[in-house]
Write a protein of this length. Structure first.
Length: 327
């Protein structure tokens, strides 16, 4: 790269320490208002900047990438999931794409466990009852939930986050099962006391709790479709902290309303920020606004990771977190 500073376009407001550092290092365009950039603004950005720093809320699709100018050499995503970026189009244009793995693993696993406990023990419903003044005092039979200790958790997607969930589940005395494209290393299976199911359908019918921890890809789109949801036991609960389109949200609402499954904890939705309206009315569903990685610490570390990726690219190295990068 030449001595000239890279021009970097950041689509959303980031932690101020990160914005300050980026401004020192690059010719950075920030978004101080934090309203998502319009399509027109994104088009203008990709025509003029060297590096685009998008987030999950930006559709970096093939059409946008096709309009990119010759300067655009890198998309340094702020976030680990890259399903909002058309990687094939980026590869075809020799645009490097990076993400921010590792730094949000533990926070996302925490939110998974929080939802799991919340649904099983009816936290959100109980909290609503107290706030609304509807709580009449303790009763031996009121608001009974289900014990999680001794239950079977089926993790779909045993990558970093799935493993972090398994580690927590071990601590709660929950038996860990998992489905993944391939089994993880035996040493990891042993450490996590995890049992592999090659056949997802078989696993589903044996679990008490399901946690989705896989990335959104063509293979995982609607991995929990209507037929798969029907394989769950009526007392089963399902937790999704991955991506909304791993579950057919309408089919999920049907399964919950018809009592085919017992509950759901969702942090992500098929059409964010829209939530299938019928889910909003159900007491056995806990709904969070995509909080998985929303910690002060995590956001700063994500920003640092973006900066490291851009700097190593600027220095002529292959950035460590490249998702697309070898042409
Ligand atoms: C991030 C996430 O906050 O990193 C991801 O893939 O889902 C989130 O937790 C978001 O992507 C930021 O772009």
């Amino acid at each position: 790269m030449s001595g000239e500073k890279l021009s970097v376009f950041v689509t959303r407001k980031l932690p101020s320490a990160i914005q300050t550092r980026m401004t020192e290092l690059f010719r950075t365009t920030l978004n101080s208002s934090d309203t998502p950039r319009t399509r027109e603004e994104l088009v203008e950005a990709v025509q003029n900047c060297d590096v685009l720093v998008p987030t999950v809320t930006d559709a970096i699709d093939a059409d946008l990438i096709a309009q990119a100018g010759p300067r655009l050499k890198m998309i340094a995503n702020f976030g680990v999931g890259v399903d909002h970026i058309d990687l094939t189009a980026a590869r075809a244009k020799k645009i490097v794409v990076t993400n921010t793995p590792d730094v949000l693993t533990e926070d996302t696993a925490d939110i998974t466990m929080a939802l799991l406990l919340s649904v099983a023990r009816r936290f959100a419903e109980g909290e609503r009852r107290v706030r609304s003044g509807g709580w009449q005092g303790w009763s031996p039979t009121a608001m009974l939930g289900h014990r999680v200790w001794g239950k079977r958790l089926g993790i779909i997607g045993m990558g970093r986050i799935g493993q972090a969930v398994a580690r927590r589940a071990n601590g709660f005395g929950i038996a860990v099962h998992y489905h993944n494209r391939a089994p993880v290393a035996e040493s990891i299976e042993n450490e996590l006391q995890a049992s592999y199911w090659a056949n997802l359908d078989d696993m589903l019918s044996h679990m008490d709790i399901i946690s989705l921890n896989a990335p959104a890809t063509q293979e995982t789109h609607y991995i929990m479709n209507r037929e798969r949801l029907a394989k769950l036991q009526p007392h089963a609960i399902i937790i999704n902290t991955a991506r909304g389109d791993l579950i057919d949200e309408e089919a999920l609402a049907d399964a919950l309303i018809d009592g085919k499954i017992a509950g759901a904890g969702l942090d992500v939705y098929e059409h964010e920020p829209r939530v299938t309206p019928r889910l909003l009315e159900l007491n056995n569903v806990v709904l969070l606004p995509h909080l998985g990685s929303a910690t002060f610490e995590g956001r700063v570390e994500m920003g640092e990771r973006v900066i490291i990726n851009i700097r190593s690219f600027a220095d002529g190295h292959a950035p460590r977190d490249r998702v697309v990068g070898s042409f």
